[in-house]
Design a protein around this ligand. Structure first.
Ligand code: ADP
Length: 395
């Protein structure tokens, strides 16, 4: 089957056309600056990549250009749009309604709309993408794949906050967790690499990218994860603070004469390793800063890795054991220093890193020593492929 995977943001739209039998990417691209002006970058596998400025007043226009790019007689990947068998949409928040992916119907769309409150920046954009695709491909089946679904197996003791219980019953305030498609994909692949049935494994997946989260996957199920009601919680990230003392919000608001909303914006956009280093949210820049002797880059790096290490320890405790740790996403796949600092001193847990293997970037590789009780792997994530697999399975 040929599956079009759509990941729609408020002003961007990423897409991949995937052949679900061979699992090869046939074409991929990105629409940027939707509602501002519009730019499409498209690559059909085996053909040259190109960028084109085209007016995208709304997401309908963006989807229209994507479909045109896919069937372009010279640069496209398909002879006709009728070759697209299904569309898989990445949806950020499925609340408690979705523990699995779902074929999109009007009822499912209404249920996603009900979760808008929980992800006001993401879900409305995802819905616009769905509507735009439905309008232009009315007869093609579509599937919603949720970032939160994989974590719906967490027990209540892991997802309830220590707040008045009615905040949960009235407003559904609880931990949901994100990056679920990636945590699911990487934990499955790690179990395969261990040569074990996933039901017999205890795996910690460290998805470390611009946004970062760690999940304890026990027997193939998420039992705890670091992100919360929103993707602001857990680890310090590129620009997000991660967990802080909640009293800081009021304290900063008073000191800086800001509203709670303004402080939250700082926590989302000006904090994390960017805020700490004052240099960058990108770990390549932090590494460069450290090499040049910048002490705040060193501090940002150490704060991040210390937090990763604490979660590895705590999730080993949560699961009562550990078979493997998997590092994935932009930082996890490419930064040997992060992997080293996050795992050093964990020999007591059975984790021993092979320094040489750990130098690898972006490749699937075991980076623990042969006598390490816990296997440590770099496992590149592939959220688009995971969405394509889910979509193919459901239609
Ligand atoms: P997201 O999907 O959350 O936007 P990614 O998983 O693509 O993020 O990760 C992007 C991040 O990966 C970059 O911001 C950068 O910090 C990090 N990264 C990418 N390449 C490297 C590298 N070679 N060395 C260190 N960090 C890298």
């Amino acid at each position: 089957m040929k599956i079009l995977v759509i990941n729609c943001g408020s002003s961007s739209l990423k897409y991949q056309l995937i052949d679900s039998e061979t699992e090869q990417v046939m074409a991929k691209g990105l629409c940027e600056r939707i509602t501002i002006d519009g730019c499409l970058t498209h690559t059909t596998t085996g053909k040259e990549k190109y960028s084109r400025n085209v007016p995208m007043p709304d997401h309908n226009a963006a989807v229209k250009y994507v479909l045109e790019a896919l069937v372009d007689s010279e640069t496209g990947a398909l002879a006709s749009l009728s070759e697209i068998d299904a569309v898989g949409h990445r949806i950020v928040h499925g609340g408690e309604k979705f523990a699995t992916s779902s074929v999109l119907t009007e009822d499912v769309i209404a249920a996603i709309e009900e979760c808008n409150d929980l992800a006001p920046l993401h879900n409305p954009a995802n819905l616009i993408g769905i509507r735009a695709c439905m309008k232009l491909m009315p007869d093609v089946p579509m599937v919603a794949v949720f970032d939160t679904a994989f974590h719906q197996t967490m027990p209540d003791k892991a997802y309830i906050y220590g707040l008045p219980y009615r905040y949960y019953s009235d407003y559904k305030i609880r931990k949901y967790g994100f990056h679920g498609t990636s945590h699911s994909f990487v934990s499955k692949r790690t179990a395969e690499l261990l040569g074990k049935d996933i039901r017999d494994t205890k795996i910690i997946v460290c998805h470390l990218g611009n946004g970062s989260s760690i999940t304890a996957v026990d027997g193939g199920k998420s039992v705890d994860t670091t992100m919360g009601l929103t993707p602001l919680a857990g680890l310090p990230m590129g620009t997000r603070s991660g967990d802080i003392d909640p009293a800081i919000i009021e304290f900063v608001a008073a000191k800086e004469n800001m509203t709670a909303e303004q402080v939250t914006t700082v926590l989302n956009k000006e904090s994390g390793v960017f805020g700490l280093s004052g240099v960058s949210s990108d770990f390549r820049d932090l590494n460069k800063g450290i090499a040049e002797g910048n002490d705040r880059c060193r501090l940002a790096m150490e704060v991040f890795c210390y937090s990763v290490k604490k979660y590895i320890g705590s999730y080993a405790a949560v699961m009562g054991g550990l078979d493997a740790v998997a590092f994935t996403a932009g930082v996890g796949e490419n930064d040997p220093l992060v992997r080293k600092l996050a795992t050093e001193g964990l020999e007591f847990l059975g984790i021993k890193i092979d320094e040489k293997a750990n130098q690898v970037r972006g490749e699937e590789i075991c980076i623990s020593t042969p006598d390490s009780k816990v296997a440590v792997w770099v496992v590149p994530t592939n959220e688009e492929l995971a969405i394509a697999r889910e979509t193919a399975a459901l239609v």
